[in-house]
Design a protein around this ligand. Structure first.
Ligand code: ZN
Length: 264
């Protein structure tokens, strides 16, 4: 859980970082305490943020979450709005990091940004002209099928999902080691090979100017191997879009939240 305040609406101050409580009420009380401290008696004008998992259509609560089951179907938006008394915008966490990357990170200057994060899981979003693209149920590029009857997805148990090949959870299950401890280049080359198929499919559907790849696993997955395979398999378009690494690291979501708060 990362919380920060912006007083000039352009930058934010030093974020407060916590382990997210598993219990919703405990999480909300930590949120409230921290907001009071950060705002220091000043009136809050807008609240924006992201949370891991798919949200309901009105973006008020999580509808599913392997990581935070205690937060599913809990009135997140309403609880925050009641406490602070101002409009609150909530988005999927990967989408909000994508928005941050599109506005101030690796995707700045491009109109259509495809953001894909490869971390414990795999997520992403399509960002158009500095806004998360309209959607009914969010974006879930990590659960696209890249191999029929393939490896079971570590999150949802369905065979062949991209997340089952390149995510931190999948690599840990397959090799029995923390991804940070894996030094065998062959393992990372294989992840790059599979990731290229996911990137390929997302390019076909999202038709972006640029693809931004973020998340902790991208520290180890070689980008040039992803693009090498991508250029081999993406032949329907005359040219593949640029593929770049994300630039904002752990605070990309705060930049995305700031951008969303500016537009409330
Ligand atoms: Zn899945």
């Amino acid at each position: 859980m990362r919380l920060a305040v912006s007083r000039d609406e352009k930058n934010f101050e030093e974020p407060k970082i916590f382990q997210t409580p598993k219990d919703f009420n405990e999480g909300m009380s930590l949120f409230e305490k921290t907001v009071l401290k950060l705002s220091d008696g000043e009136k809050i004008k807008a609240v924006a943020g992201g949370i891991a998992g798919p949200l309901n259509g009105k973006k008020e609560m999580l509808v599913n979450s392997p990581n935070l089951p205690g937060w599913v179907k809990k009135p997140l938006k309403k609880t925050i709005e009641k406490f602070i008394g101002v409009p609150t915008n909530i988005e999927n966490d990967a989408a909000i990091v994508g928005l941050g990357e599109a506005v101030v990170g690796a995707g700045r200057g491009y109109s259509i940004v495809a953001y894909i994060t490869v971390s414990t899981g795999v997520g992403g979003a399509r960002i158009v002209d500095g806004k998360i693209d309209k959607n009914v149920m969010g974006f879930e590029p990590g659960h696209q099928i890249i191999e029929i009857n393939g490896t079971l997805c570590p999150t949802c148990g369905i065979p062949g999902h991209l997340e089952g090949y390149v995510s931190g959870m999948a690599i840990m299950q397959k090799y029995g080691k923390n991804p940070e401890d894996i030094t065998d280049d062959g393992i990372w080359d294989e992840a790059a090979y599979y990731l290229a198929f996911g990137v390929h499919n997302s390019i076909l559907h999202w038709s972006p100017d640029v693809v931004v790849l973020g998340g902790s696993m991208m520290k180890s997955i070689p980008l040039e191997k992803v693009t090498d395979n991508l250029h081999k398999i993406l032949t329907i378009f005359p040219k593949a879009p640029t593929v770049k690494r994300a630039e904002l690291g752990d605070i990309g979501g705060l930049y995305g939240a700031l951008s969303m708060a500016q537009n409330i």
